[in-house]
Design a binder for this molecule. Sequence first.
Ligand code: PEP
Ligand code: MN
Length: 351
Amino acid sequence: MIISMRLHATKEEIDHVCERIAEFGYKVHSIVGEERVVIGVVGMGDVTACLESLEAAPGVESAVRISAPYKFVSREFRKERSAIRLNGLEIGGDEFVVMAGPCSVESEKQIMATAEAVAAAGARVLRGGAFKPRTSPYDFQGLEAEGLKLLRKAKQATGLAIVTEVMSDRDVDLVAEYADCMQVGARNMQNFSLLKLLGACRRPVLLKRGMSSTIKELLMSAEYIVAHGNPNVILCERGIRTFETATRNTCDISAVPVLNELTHLPVILDPSHAAGKRSLIPALARAGVAVGADGLIVEVHPWPEKAISDGAQSLTLAGFQTMMRQLDPYLRLWKTARAAETALAREAVAV
Ligand code: PEP
Ligand code: MN
């Protein structure tokens, strides 16, 4: 249930509503908003009686049941987009944010060269795996703690925020020390114990869609993190497995507008893992901008032919610069569209 209070409802009115909620056996999960307070309610009980009673309470504008199973991430719960703060940046706000970097952190030389080049070309976040989920147990598993230290060094040199993957419950605290944003990889999208721990983590989470997961399952996983206390979740479409073999995965471009209808959380596109092939990345990146994503996460390597992982889909430094230049006119249109949307949303609130 969501209880929307009237504009400038008093503290007494809000407290009274919370008491009534408890009397009906429900729990107040969150209270958001300053001028107009919205109370999120969870639990089991007589919904109809509770809604009727709350609607009649002083200061209440509306009390509605959320029909989506992913309550707190749904658009029903929050109509405006959520902008997530990350090292002074906002994802889901007025800026289209590009995250770029190698699949794996391999060496100081590699990560520093990449960070400097992608920052100069307009990226705002540096990606790079220190803990790597690999299909074969015999493949490189990442530099782990050493990789995290190299990411910090690159951040200090460039000012880029860091997004890096956390693979296991055991590493959450360590990764949170270095990362501005905790990446949950496709293979871990339904690792519920990890998701619960990330709910208690102070860092935003970049949640990648599982390669065989539905959009609803992605949203349910996001709900785990939010329900456990962390509202700062960014969703990522990274391609799904289909019968098609021309690309590594199939870029489910429609997932972006579908998610934008269903959730207030920001959505970014990963064209690299979707395509698996360098030449296709710029076109898919442009599609991501056109379809209303909030940003991109792209693999870039100074020497892709020497990359330990995902070299075939990694752009060169020059290739990334070209892609960014080609994106420019699309990004100008994106900004106009986003500004118009924000103005419309403001008008709707004023009415
Ligand atoms: C990655 O970002 O390098 C990665 C392993 O991605 P995914 O989890 O989407 O396969
Ligand atoms: Mn990769």
